[in-house]
Design a protein around this ligand. Structure first.
Ligand code: SF4
Length: 65
């Protein structure tokens, strides 16, 4: 699975990076970016947590196709 951050919605709270630092990174402009192409299986639970914690609902799973 791939995950995506909607940059227009992100407000840079960084909760995603705290929840899954191997997947999300807060850029210097305070927008989160996804730093992996495909989310490894062992990170899925952390990404789910990031999705729940994001106060802007800016994170979502996307299909690989
Ligand atoms: S938790 Fe949501 S709003 Fe905060 S940096 Fe991550 S994607 Fe952006």
């Amino acid at each position: 699975m791939k995950v995506q951050v909607n940059e227009d919605m992100c407000e840079g709270h960084g909760k995603c990076q705290n929840a899954a630092p191997a997947v999300f990174r807060l850029r210097e402009d305070d927008v989160s970016e996804v730093i992996v192409d495909v989310v490894p299986a062992e990170e899925v639970e952390r990404v789910e947590r990031a999705i729940r914690l994001c106060p802007r609902q800016a994170i979502k799973w996307v299909s690989q196709t």
